[in-house]
Design a protein around this ligand. Structure first.
Ligand SMILES: O=c1ccn([C@@H]2O[C@H](COP(=O)(O)OP(=O)(O)O[C@H]3O[C@H](CO)[C@@H](O)[C@H](O)[C@H]3O)[C@@H](O)[C@H]2O)c(=O)[nH]1
Ligand SMILES: [Mn+2]
Length: 408
């Protein structure tokens, strides 16, 4: 009888040159050790003049700092591995059983984080290559800004053009601003389609920009959508009840894009309750509010979190994460997957994207500490033996059941 071969959904490969690196690292370690032997055996005698004594102390502190820094970097460089995912296998085995994913986007200030940037991030995650009925996007607005709500309303309408366009022509990246700024490339989609979507995008962008500049929402839109009434009772950003608006409800069957009847993911606006006696000024508190709200709407078992200034540059990211979570052999060991961050425009003349590569390398080696290079994934085991793991920072995907965010 033919034996069934197990094909994993992701694989791990050790980076090349690890032995050479360990040898090199060992020689540096010997060097550091000898420095300390020298320092310990050459303490300045009591009669040393003051200037020389301070020189000795200064040098010793510098060496101490270097040694500490060097030991820290070794955690990140000792054991680098690369993980790759097999999304086709995932699709073949589990396309119909893919779990629901709730995407949380956080914003806190319409001046520092302009609404047009926020909605570009929102549109990039709405356009994930994932079944739309299983995707829900929540925007948490800690500024409780009508302007951000207005921008999201505009985005919910533009999504009817943007999502079918992305899916039809498989465009990347799926933040419209980022995509249209690289539009000179030799793309496969027909110019006519691109230009007409670009025009609709630019009209929306201009409306949002004007409203933001004037701090005023067009009266026709204000009258048209009942959601704006929520602000009638808001006297201050720091003192208001929760504002919740479902702009697109994926549970309704008739929610479709303009073209070829694509379904759209759920889209929700939330500004959590604020009271002056509570210090709720942190992202963690917003995330906890999002968990409570999403559990009553879409209740996806998987949560993905992005900051509003970081659009998704890969429409398959969610599927990548699923390859880790749904792997038959190792999936149960993984609590969350974290993506490395890429930066654009760090300097005006970074023509060849050098900074981007260097920073990615640094982040990748950070990931190597946990044994994961291109993704950070963490096992559910360990830490007090109760399956608790702590996650800091950027773009994590979690299991819903496991998370609590520390902060208000
Ligand atoms: O009261 C607040 C304050 C901030 N935020 C949002 O939290 C995110 C991060 O805040 P930011 O001030 O931009 O901090 P950064 O240093 O840029 O963010 C990094 O550091 C944070 C704290 O460790 C992490 O949570 C972030 O994921 C990581 O990008 C942003 O989307 C904010 O809109 C809120 O939702 N509510
Ligand atoms: Mn930020």
């Amino acid at each position: 009888m033919e034996q069934e071969v197990y094909l994993p959904l992701f694989e791990t490969k050790a980076a090349k040159g690890r032995v050479a690196y360990k040898l090199y690292s060992f020689t540096v370690f010997v060097g550091i050790f000898l420095i300390w032997v020298f320092r310990a055996s050459h303490l300045p005698p009591a009669e040393t003049e003051r200037g020389r004594r301070w020189g000795w102390i200064g040098l010793t502190m510098a060496e101490l700092w270097f040694s500490f820094y060097w030991f820290l970097t070794q955690f990140a460089r000792w054991n680098p591995v690369y993980r790759s995912t097999f999304k086709r296998r995932l699709s073949q085995r589990y396309e119909k059983e893919l779990p629901g994913v709730d995407v949380f986007v956080c914003t806190a200030d319409p001046t520092i984080e302009p609404p047009i940037m926020v909605v570009n991030t929102v549109l990039s995650v709405m356009a994930y290559d994932y079944p739309p009925e299983k995707l829900a996007v929540y925007l948490s607005d800690d500024a409780g800004s009508e302007l951000t709500f207005y921008a999201l309303l505009e985005a919910s309408r533009f999504a009817k053009h943007w999502l079918p366009f992305c899916k039809k022509f498989k465009v990347e990246p799926r933040s419209p601003a980022a995509y249209f700024s690289t539009v000179d490339r030799d793309d496969q989609e027909p110019l006519g389609d691109r230009l007409s979507v670009k025009k609709i995008y630019e009209e929306m962008r201009d409306r949002i920009d004007i409203a933001t500049r004037l701090a005023q929402i067009p009266s026709d839109i204000r009258n048209e959508h009942k959601g704006f009434h929520e602000w009638d009772s808001v006297s201050s950003v720091r003192d208001h009840p929760a504002i919740l608006q479902i702009l697109i409800d994926g549970r309704e069957t008739e929610v479709v894009g303009i073209e070829n009847h694509d379904k759209l993911p759920t889209l929700v606006y939330l500004s959590r309750e604020k009271r002056p006696h509570c210090h709720h000024n942190f992202k963690a508190g917003a995330m906890n509010a999002l968990i409570r709200v999403s559990s009553k709407i879409s209740n996806g078992p998987i949560i993905l979190n992005v900051d509003c200034d970081v659009y998704s540059n890969n429409s398959e990211s969610v599927r990548d994460a699923m390859c880790f979570f749904m792997d038959e052999n190792k999936g149960h060991e993984i609590a969350y997957v974290q993506y490395p961050q890429s930066y654009n425009n760090l300097t005006r003349n970074d023509l060849h994207g050098i900074l981007l590569r260097v920073i990615n390398e640094v982040r990748h080696s950070l990931c190597a500490w946990t044994g994961y290079n291109n993704f950070l994934t963490f096992s559910c085991k360990s830490l007090f033996g109760i399956g608790l793991k702590i996650c800091f920072g950027l773009f994590p995907v979690y299991f819903h059941l496991l998370v609590y965010f520390y902060g208000q």
